[in-house]
Ligand binder design. Sequence first.
Ligand code: ZN
Ligand code: ZN
Length: 262
Amino acid sequence: MEEIETERVENGSRLPARDTTWIEQLKQNPRRDFIQAIRDNDAARCLVKTAEIHGHFCPGSALGVMASLCGLRRLGGESIPSDGLENLMAIVEINACFADGVQAVSGCTLGNNALVYRDLGRMAVTFAIRGKESGVRVRVHPEFRSHITRAVPEFHPLLEKVIKNREGGPEEETAFKKKAREAAFALIGLPFELLLITESVRPDLPEYAPITESVVCPACGETIMATKVVSDGEKSGLCYMCAGGPYRQVEGRGIVTVSHGK
Ligand SMILES: [Zn+2]
Ligand SMILES: [Zn+2]
């Protein structure tokens, strides 16, 4: 086997020497590749990078990519180099594939609190910069499906069979993935105005994410954000799990409240 020259990096792991420069550059600006792709208006590069987290190519994530490219460009250059510190904010209105296109391209994610999830089931996103009066809301054109049908007629029938009715065999599943990929790349080749409708809005942004104290739940011993324990009654101080709920979770149906008596 060929020996690859390695050198030791900070965390003690060994990487091929040719990779260390690449890592060093990304350490300075981890979103470098995305930022360049956005500045180049290169939807294909954005879609490919989105699929790194989304796992597959599909029309929904492609529309999220296009909505973000369009929204960020309209918001202005300042919005593009988002560093995930809540300067640029995204309010996304659906928890489907679309949301991953938004998270990847904008850099506003669930984890960095620059993404607000509004449980409305609409394929739309609003981008805004904190401290600025106006933002831009981008929604998907109601006729977007016709563009998919024109470019990839097999997509919708396969979607119905494989995903909706869960009736497809392995061959149809493979065919569906291929057609979904073709549909995604067909969409990103279209002009924004065929796919999207944009408007200026006064965004209703929440406060900065609070930095909260941590407390230890006396029942399970886990460390919990102080704002996430039961505040009164006999279960006061317990985490929601030990208290038997209720707590909220985001799932396919949206935000739901879960209770489980203990
Ligand atoms: Zn998807
Ligand atoms: Zn607990």
